[in-house]
Design a binder for this molecule. Structure first.
Ligand code: V47
Ligand code: SF4
Length: 411
């Protein structure tokens, strides 16, 4: 396809030279100045479908023209996905917030017996699974803390109870961090653990626990957590066993641009090897109740740059998700013009971001997701967890779902 933004890029060198003041305004600290020619070179490579390097990624994060960066990321996304934007009808269940680790960014976890700690009983799991089934959820997303007393049988039981009460739903559950914990507790390989969970009904893995891979950041934010290599290896094992998985990057805390680029390059390398990742999801840091001293939410420009640069670096990924819970619905919608093609789902009961000060609420009615996508001039497509299109909502007149009242609601 002839890239639509070529004239825009071609015109760029002929701009009137910026005054010193205007240059500074385009490149506020902490962003470093980079040669605009290098940014342009990276953008042109992306439009030609050439693979971008680490330096290209860093330069793109410093691109002085956000709109131009977004236009190229949008072009690349549209060459893969057209105007279709995915959403799904899902429900999150966090079986426990009791956790043996103390990651410094985490507002969700509690120590055993600490006020606010919980571990769902079978009945509590069943009620949530039944509600998910009744709402037409096609996916149940489950992640939780590393409960010091839970073993493989507990995890199998969680899946069994949920499956019994929501037999049609796809179970996407347990991060690489939980799987590593379980394999060490049980003295079994991760492959053995995954086989056992698969037999119980596990169908794919969520992308959590990746955080930032670069050791100089990881050691500061979650030093006792599974290493980058360990995380990658567990996803490699899952892919080998036929399980698809997602991947994430936690940004907007103490990491730098270099560590973000390093992170996506490690994911790109595994994707080259296995093609097992379904989607990349940047997670904007929610800043309440952490031990990092971070108190500020990310700004919109950074959110959009992160989506756009990720889309351009991850040339072997079809899907990039603008997760509305972390980005907020307005930024998630804007991200659909910066390279994202998915907004996640109805969610219903989200604890991880909400305990950390997320301003997005916990649930979105399906009608609201349709409105969000349509008013970005894109076509909503309901998908399964594995990105099979279930229904394309091309014509608003044909919608047969109840309209919400604009507030948070059940799907
Ligand atoms: O690994 C923890 C992140 C992740 C905070 O696979 C935080 O489809 C922001 O991975 N601010 C778990 N993020 C959630 C996750 C996820 C979510 C939605 C969809 C999928 C998917 C995966 O949440 C953790 C960590 O990176 N997290 N604390 C926080 N304060
Ligand atoms: Fe535990 Fe996960 Fe929170 Fe770390 S991020 S403390 S592993 S729940």
């Amino acid at each position: 396809m002839e890239p639509q933004v070529e004239p825009l890029l071609a015109a760029a060198p002929h701009r009137p030279p910026a005054t010193e003041q205007a240059k500074a305004a385009r490149n506020p600290t902490p962003f470093t100045r980079v040669a605009y020619a290098d940014v342009q070179r990276a953008l042109r490579k992306a439009l030609r479908g050439e693979r971008l390097t680490f330096d290209d990624g860093v330069n793109l994060y410093h691109a002085p023209d956000l709109v131009e960066l977004g236009a190229v990321a949008d072009e690349v996304n549209r060459s893969k996905n057209g105007r279709d934007v995915y959403f799904n009808v899902n429900r999150h269940i966090n079986p426990t917030n009791v956790c043996a680790l103390s990651c410094k960014f985490c507002a969700f976890s509690r120590k055993p017996g600490e006020p606010g700690s919980y571990a769902y009983t079978d009945d509590e799991l069943a009620t949530r699974a039944q509600a998910a089934a009744a709402s037409g959820a096609t996916e149940i997303h489950m992640v939780g803390g590393l409960h010091p007393r839970w073993n493989l049988k507990n995890y199998q039981n969680i899946i069994r109870v949920v499956k019994e009460n929501a037999p049609e739903a796809h179970i996407k559950a347990f991060t690489a961090v939980e799987l590593d914990w379980l394999s060490r507790r049980e003295r079994k390989t991760v492959a053995e653990i995954l086989e056992a969970l698969k037999e119980a009904g596990l169908a794919s893995l969520p992308g959590g626990g990746a955080e930032i891979f670069a050791p100089y950041v990881r050691d500061l934010i979650c030093d006792t957590k599974l290493s980058a290599e360990g995380w990658i290896d567990i996803h490699r094992t899952a892919h080998r066993l036929g399980l698809r998985s997602n991947c994430t990057m936690l940004y907007g805390h103490i990491e730098d641009v270099e560590s973000r680029v390093d992170h996506v390059l490690r994911l790109r390398a595994l994707q080259d090897e296995t093609e097992g990742f379904q989607v990349f999801i940047p997670l904007a840091f929610q800043p309440e109740n952490n031990d990092l001293g971070i108190t500020k939410h990310t700004y919109g420009v950074d959110d959009l740059k992160t989506i756009a640069v990720s889309r351009l670096m991850l040339d072997n990924f079809r899907n990039v998700k603008a997760y509305w819970i972390m980005m907020g619905d307005r930024m998630a919608q804007s991200a659909l013009h910066f390279g994202a093609n998915d907004v996640d789902g109805t969610v219903v009961e989200e604890k991880i971001a909400n305990m950390a000060g997320s301003r997005s609420g916990m649930a979105f009615a399906k009608s609201r997701l349709l409105r969000l996508i349509r008013s970005a001039d894109r076509i909503p497509v309901e998908r399964s967890t594995t990105y099979q299109p279930l229904r394309r909502y091309e014509n608003p007149q044909e919608d047969d779902i109840p309209h919400d009242d604009g507030k948070e609601g059940t799907p």
